[in-house]
Write a protein that binds this ligand. Sequence first.
Ligand SMILES: Nc1ncnc2c1ncn2[C@@H]1O[C@H](COP(=O)(O)OP(=O)(O)OP(=O)(O)O)[C@@H](O)[C@H]1O
Ligand SMILES: [Mg+2]
Length: 111
Amino acid sequence: MAEAVRLEQVLVNLIQNAQEVLAGHPDPEIRISVQRRGDRIELSVTDNGPGLTPQAWENLFIPFSTSKADGLGLGLVIAQGIARDFGGDLLADPPEPGRGATFRVILQAAA
Ligand SMILES: Nc1ncnc2c1ncn2[C@@H]1O[C@H](COP(=O)(O)OP(=O)(O)OP(=O)(O)O)[C@@H](O)[C@H]1O
Ligand SMILES: [Mg+2]
């Protein structure tokens, strides 16, 4: 259950963040997958970049928290708001050393 234009905005935000952390990476990879879990649909975006620091993870959805010189720190806040408007959510997996970042868009499955 979503709306195409706003779902696109959520995905563009996640893919753009992944692309930004992968700049200069010798073997960049972004994986997008979608899976049904009961009455939920889970759409994940994973990159093989540096991953999130514990501090970045804690502040991800706080407006204006950014680690980028030219970042606004609003992309994820807006994306999470959209996912919640759909009756879903946007989450990030807790950081694991040596792993990239994984973001999950949770949506309600249509009946
Ligand atoms: N894939 C990722 N890997 C590592 N860190 C990430 C990733 N995605 C987001 N982050 C961290 O989360 C912060 C917030 O992301 P968010 O998209 O909300 O803002 P931003 O990218 O800094 O600015 P903008 O508002 O222009 O999107 C980033 O500055 C970065 O530190
Ligand atoms: Mg961003």
